[in-house]
Design a protein around this ligand. Structure first.
Ligand code: C2O
Ligand code: CU
Length: 704
């Protein structure tokens, strides 16, 4: 919805440039009307046209106002920058140009066919008639620049000065020209400049504009190129309103100064003999979907998705990663998505380790302290590698008690099956798959969304479960409090996110559908026939903010926050690393220019996300779980909702909070991984922690 308003506003902005451009041109030419009759007619037409333009202004104001009704952050750039640039010159048009035009239109014709008098020409060329209209056109053009190109975020001071400066200079130049024209025409001197002169001027202007534009673009392109090697600590920092560390030093929460620590030392206690050991070998692989479609992809241990790792809470888990990928630049890592492991085990190339090159190995060790549904994936070249198969499920079971009934993971994925075409599948099944389950069985479906959506999507993947009332028992690996049964609900699971669905098997089929695909459904049935029915995109979206019952939480909306970060998500056309995209941005910036969110161990940290862009983004913070405090300004009323991957649609805002209790340098990025490759990546960094690793094309490390 919001993105439609935005599109409307942009169309209106373009239309205004066109309309006011025409209006400005028309009033500029009034003076060249050969006869009194024609001058009057033309003035009348111009007036009518200006009223029409006024309607467009009103329309634009209405749309911009409506956008602002979502919250000031959604419309402030329009209200502060674009709208005044349009409305003030427009007011001048009403006050000055319209009366002047009226006077001309109402003048006694006398001899209608007689040529205009010097006095009439002087009135028609008066700057006070012409300039306000033309200035409105400039204002409209600058407004278009604001909403379509620059899309500034506060503070707006720099833009206010720049834009009004351009408007003032433009107006001054036009006034000067108009005054000269008025003097010439009033004296009865030259009529219109000759055709060839006008042609030359026109071609010259177009050439100058084209030259300026292409110069600006190629400058922007080369300026966007990333350095071949980039260290994490070269990024700017945002201290979120909390205390800053002194240069070269860091402090702990009690104010004592501490030495800086390398991320490689942040391993947690990993001594002893592993309780559970796995080896994951990455290899190129031809992946065949159920329909026969082929993906030239990659796999762990020759399986797609990779082997499911089931481990127990508190156990020492060891996973040895072996890289047998072919190709010079085919590094790989393992990241434990949603599991808040110590930083050294987080598996992010260029941040917590170097990418593991072909022929090499790396061993991860950690003790999981959360129980629930997680997944693992490569965090080197992750858009490529995850999309092409380097991922698998990771389930942490409680220390005691075995899962009852049927406990299965379902990994929904979008496979790149042919040039640009992507096929939705559950695992590798893009066809209906059936499984026999005895009635009365307790079923837990651990649904993981491992996809990355197309760039411009506004909603995450929708899933439905039909045939039995079910509960959403856990989100992002965290149990919900007293979830209640659902029917006809559409579950929106952000890319990277997880929902655990539980129900009791009835005596008829239950069907899980990924509505993104046409047939990637799973039917559980007690035997016999029947496939149940698919859910519908028209079903209401499940709202985790009002589901289940409240329970006590370690902090809440009224807690005192040590740091507050406001993150405005937007997008605009632009270059990133030399390529042109419709770029997603955070506070107007892309990696590595988005400041690192700086915290101190023990801090309570608030993040507010506001999405005023055209696309939705599943934002994923590593190493921490955040409590959702409010959605669109409304406090969460149901069960505490902890998340690690939060989907934010256009027009939505979320206030979330987490305790900074896991020192390190942590990625915080969009899990529509293509967006990460376009720079939608920031980092949460603890003061006093440094990374010896580098990112960039010369380093072999490319986490996105
Ligand atoms: Cu699932 Cu940064 O990752
Ligand atoms: Cu995104």
């Amino acid at each position: 919805m919001f993105e439609q308003l935005e599109n409307m506003d942009e169309v209106a902005a373009m239309l205004l440039v066109l309309l006011w451009g025409i209006a400005g041109y028309r009033v500029g030419r009034l003076v060249f009307r050969p006869s009194r009759q024609k001058l009057r007619k033309s003035a009348r037409r111009s007036l009518r046209f200006i009223w029409f333009c006024a309607l467009a202004v009103a329309g634009r104001l209405a749309v911009a106002g409506y956008m602002t009704s979502y919250g000031w952050d959604y419309g402030s750039n329009r209200m502060i920058l674009a709208v005044p640039l349009l409305v003030l010159p427009f007011a001048a048009t009403l006050a000055l140009s319209v009366p002047a035009l009226r006077a001309i239109a109402a003048a006694e014709p006398g001899d209608a066919d007689a040529p205009t008098t010097p006095g009439q020409r002087s009135a028609a060329a008066a700057p006070r008639l012409v300039i306000p209209v033309q200035t409105t056109a400039i204002g409209a053009l600058l407004g278009l620049y604001v909403v379509f190109v620059a899309r500034p975020v506060p503070p707006y001071t720099r833009y206010l000065i720049g834009l009004w400066g351009v408007l003032a200079v433009g107006t001054a130049v036009l006034s000067l020209r108009q005054r000269m024209r008025q003097a010439a025409q009033g004296a009865g001197a030259a009529r219109r400049p000759r055709l060839w002169a006008r042609m030359v001027r026109f071609v010259g202007t177009v050439a100058a504009v084209a030259l300026g534009l292409s110069g600006t673009l190629s400058y922007a392109q080369s300026a966007s190129r990333l350095p071949g090697k980039l260290a994490m600590d070269s990024s700017p920092m945002d201290w979120g309103g909390g205390p800053k560390a002194m240069a070269g030093m860091a402090m702990d929460h009690s104010g004592k100064s501490v030495r800086t620590t390398s991320v490689t030392n942040l391993t947690g206690d990993i001594s002893g003999t592993p309780d559970e050991s796995f080896t994951l070998t990455a290899k190129d692989s031809t992946i065949r979907l159920a329909s026969g479609k082929i993906i030239h992809g990659m796999a762990f241990n020759g399986r797609t998705p990779g082997p499911e790792l089931r481990v127990h809470e508190g156990d020492l888990v060891q996973v040895k990663l072996v890289n047998h990928l072919a190709g010079r630049r085919a590094g790989v890592t393992l990241h434990w998505h949603g599991l808040d492991v110590p930083n050294a085990e987080d598996g992010v190339a260029g941040v917590t380790q170097n990418a593991v090159q072909p022929g090499h190995t790396f061993t991860y060790r950690f003790r999981p302290h959360q129980v629930g549904t997680f997944w693992y994936h490569s965090h080197q070249d992750s858009f490529e590698e995850v999309t092409h198969g380097l991922y698998g499920a990771l389930v942490v079971l409680p220390r005691s008690g075995r899962p009852q009934g049927l406990d299965m993971t379902v990994l929904a994925h979008l496979w790149p099956t042919a040039n640009g075409v992507r096929t939705a599948a559950l695992g590798t099944s893009d066809r209906l798959q059936r499984r026999t389950v005895a009635p009365g069985t307790r079923v837990r479906l651990r649904l993981v969304n491992t996809s990355s959506l197309e760039s411009g999507e506004t909603e995450p993947t929708s899933f439905t479960l039909t045939g039995a009332p079910f509960t959403v028992s856990a989100i992002d690996g965290t149990d919900l409090n007293k979830p209640t049964p659902l029917r006809q609900a559409r579950l929106l699971i952000g890319e990277g996110g997880r929902d655990d669905l539980t129900f009791t098997m009835p005596d008829h089929p239950v069907r899980l559908s990924d509505l993104q695909g046409s047939a990637s459904d799973l039917v559980l049935r007690p035997g016999g026939t029947g496939d149940g029915t698919r859910g519908s995109m028209n079903w209401p979206a499940f709202d985790p903010a009002a589901y289940g019952s409240p329970a006590s939480t370690p902090f809440g909306p009224h807690s005192h926050f040590d740091r507050k970060f406001k993150l405005i998500i937007d997008d605009r056309p632009g270059y990133y690393d030399g390529k042109f995209y419709f770029l997603p941005t955070i506070n107007g910036k892309s990696f590595p220019h988005i400041p690192m969110l700086m915290v101190r161990k023990g801090d309570l940290v608030e993040q507010t996300f506001v999405n005023r862009g055209h696309a939705g983004h599943p934002m994923h913070l590593h190493g921490h779980h955040a409590l959702v405090l409010a959605h669109n300004g409304k406090p969460v009323t149901g069960s505490p909702w902890w998340t690690d991957t939060l989907y934010i649609q256009p027009g939505e805002s979320y206030q979330i909070a987490f305790r900074a209790d896991n020192p390190g340098i942590w990625m915080d990025h969009c899990h529509n991984l293509e967006h990460a490759t376009m720079g939608m990546v920031m980092h949460l960094a603890y003061e006093g922690v440094s990374s010896p690793f580098d990112i960039g094309r010369d380093t072999g490390n490319k986490p996105e």
